[in-house]
Design a protein around this ligand. Structure first.
Ligand SMILES: [Fe+2]
Ligand SMILES: [Fe+2]
Length: 153
């Protein structure tokens, strides 16, 4: 039998990979001279962050909103997801290389800040307020939705 992974741990692992992705994009961006490359990077990040944010909202923030001490937190997180998404979409519709780069860099730094605040203030609350078994089944449900299966149990 394969042990589950808490949803909070799964989300942290995703943050870890997304930090690496964003570092790469920010570094690579310095040498980019072609607008279509900026757009490609922005659309890749948009897709990755959308999947991550939807997972947080669908499996944690929305169903367990009522257990958070500060009810504004869920809204703050969802608004941050929307704002980041808008910036990444704007980067893809920009017609100027410098503007597109600035928008993409802005989206990356907003995302880093957003991740830090989830790691500091949001995930620990869920870890404190939900049981390990609930956290594990949420983790399993999210991984399955991502298309990852742990095989026979
Ligand atoms: Fe988030
Ligand atoms: Fe997150």
């Amino acid at each position: 039998m394969i042990a589950g992974m808490k949803i909070t741990d799964a989300l942290l692992v995703e943050h870890g990979l997304l930090y690496i992705t964003m570092d790469f994009v920010a570094e690579y961006l310095r040498q980019v001279k072609d607008l279509t490359e900026v757009k490609l990077l922005a659309s890749m990040l948009e897709r990755l962050l959308d999947a991550h944010g939807k997972g947080e909202e669908h499996f944690m923030l929305v169903p367990f909103d009522h257990i958070l001490e500060d009810h504004g937190q869920r809204e703050q997180m969802c608004v941050a997801h929307l704002e980041i998404d808008v910036r990444l979409k704007e980067a893809q519709s920009a017609t100027d290389l410098t503007v597109a780069k600035r928008l993409l860099k802005g989206a990356i730094s907003a995302t880093r800040k957003h991740f830090k605040s989830e790691e500091q203030f949001v995930f620990p609350q869920f870890e404190k307020l939900l049981t390990v078994s609930t956290l594990n089944s949420l983790g399993k449900a999210m991984m399955e939705q991502r298309g990852a299966h742990s095989g026979e149990e």
